[in-house]
Design a protein around this ligand. Structure first.
Ligand code: A3P
Length: 280
């Protein structure tokens, strides 16, 4: 365990948020019991975690769609380190997830998003989170991101290693930008992967309730409670769901920053077969 002296802790080569980190839980995670019908959402932070949590909640729990229970989006799909369930979300790298997952018992959905947008939204998010003591400029944050000195470590490693180890898992890759462009189709593909059949009416309801507009103004679906859980007086203004668009990086990065990012991307992602959508 390496203490970085910032808001991060490095455990087995991977950076975690210091606040709330349960090291004993992580030490024993390899043995965490995996059931055949477990489903894991895996994301690098800021790649569409809450959106896919919302989708899985709606696909699996009709009450969630009907709002007959006062469930928050995150409740039915908790973070793995939060509490037991059949549906989980996590940002962990492939080598830290429970061993049982590697025996293809559970299903894994890996959501990814173009890393320039990820970096820029992460920059915004880092200013919303009270414990991030060092407030950075986008220039400084880009360096931290490119060095992997952020929760989730290096974006390039995260996606590449999940992809390279895909044959060990029962895994479905889904791109944020594809969800944006054609949510029905993305939901249908996920349902096929999960072996779930939704009739047209339910499918419509799932898609309707997972739109950005719907989630942004729904306090049960927009992580308001998570932002509000920060210490009084330290809360930052601004919603968790900000824009939900493709290509917002163009409003943040300078030409030089973009060129530098491209160069590094080309080296790191050489021969990587998944495509990315950078703008609309
Ligand atoms: P923005 O900052 O562009 O708004 P994560 O949940 O992994 O932290 O990712 C957060 C990003 O996903 C935010 O991006 C958020 O708006 C976006 N997002 C969440 N729900 C969405 C939806 N229904 N449609 C489009 N984007 C969504």
């Amino acid at each position: 365990m390496e203490d970085t002296g910032r808001h991060l802790l490095k455990f087995k080569g991977y950076y975690f948020k210091r606040v709330g980190l349960d090291v004993d839980f992580l030490e024993n995670l390899d043995d965490f019991e995996i059931r055949d019908d477990d489903v894991f959402i895996i994301t690098y932070p800021k790649s569409g975690t809450i959106w896919s949590q919302q989708l899985l909640s709606l696909i699996y729990f009709e009450e969630h769609g009907k709002r007959t229970e006062n469930l928050e989006t995150v409740d039915p799909v908790p973070f793995l380190d939060a509490r037991p369930s059949h549906l989980f979300s996590t940002h962990l790298p492939h080598y830290l997830v429970p061993r049982g997952l590697k025996n293809k018992k559970a299903k894994v959905i890996y959501i990814y998003r173009n890393p320039k947008d990820v970096m820029c939204l992460y920059f915004h998010f880092s200013h919303k989170w009270a414990e991030n003591e060092a407030k950075t400029t986008i220039e400084e944050f880009m360096e931290l991101f490119l060095e992997g000195k952020v929760t989730g470590s290096l974006w390039f490693d995260h996606i590449k290693s999940w992809y390279e180890h895909r044959s060990h898992f029962n895994i479905h890759f889904m791109m944020y930008e594809d969800m944006k462009k054609d949510l029905i189709n993305s939901v249908l593909k996920v349902c096929r992967f999960l072996g779930k059949e939704l009739n047209e009416e339910v499918l419509d309801a799932v898609v309707r309730q997972a739109t950005f507009q719907n989630m942004k103004y729904d306090p049960l679906a927009n992580y308001e409670s998570i932002l509000n859980s920060q210490p009084e007086g330290k809360r930052k203004e601004g919603p968790f769901l900000r824009k939900g668009t493709i290509g917002d990086w163009k409003n943040h990065m300078t030409v030089e920053q973009n060129e530098r990012f491209d160069k590094i991307f080309q080296i790191k992602m050489k021969d990587f077969p998944l495509e990315f959508i950078w703008d609309i």
